[in-house]
Write a protein that binds this ligand. Structure first.
Ligand code: DQA
Length: 162
């Protein structure tokens, strides 16, 4: 990389707000999971939709998926200074106080998104232990839920920088 390109890349990093999207347990198998709850898109297809909306709103985007709770927590630690974070922790949503505590340390705006309507499924799924530490919760809207979360996070991030 030439000096000019390097300086440009650094400026971009400083000026373009970062959106981190973290997918938790079992979301790598989207497309194979029950379609009545999770639809038919694969994770790469879902991420492509998210990236388009995020870039349209002026975010740069980073995606991670893990099936390991400790790694999810470390990814949250590493996202503490991102402008915005979207989490879908999968089943950890319903019981992980460790993820809840890690979310409290994130400085940017945070949205919790679930593809399925967690309130309308099994009793144990209706409870989200992270709901009270995020700025916004979306569930039951399928992939569109992520896009709505991005639009709302964009407004919150702009509000914060005015
Ligand atoms: C989910 C809902 C959770 O209950 C489930 O364990 C998941 C996905 C959703 O996106 O609807 O893995 O978070």
């Amino acid at each position: 990389m030439k000096v000019d390109e390097a300086t440009n890349a650094q400026r971009l990093k400083r000026e373009v707000p970062l959106l981190v999207v973290l997918h938790g347990a079992n979301l790598n198998l989207l497309g194979e999971r029950p379609a009545e709850h999770y639809g038919t898109l694969t994770l790469p297809e879902l991420e492509e939709l998210i990236r388009r909306e995020a870039e349209d709103k002026g975010f740069r985007c980073r995606f991670h998926q893990t099936n390991h709770e400790g790694e999810f927590i470390e990814l949250l630690h590493a996202s503490r200074s991102a402008a915005a974070v979207i989490v879908n922790p999968g089943a950890w949503t319903h019981y992980s106080y460790a993820i809840r505590d890690a979310l409290e340390l994130v400085g940017g705006r945070v949205a919790e998104v679930h593809l399925s309507g967690i309130e309308h499924r099994e009793h144990w799924r209706a409870r989200s232990v992270i709901r009270e530490v995020v700025d916004l919760s979306v569930s039951g809207e399928g992939p569109e839920g992520y896009l709505r979360a991005i639009r709302e996070l964009d407004l919150l991030v702009r509000e914060g920088s005015m």
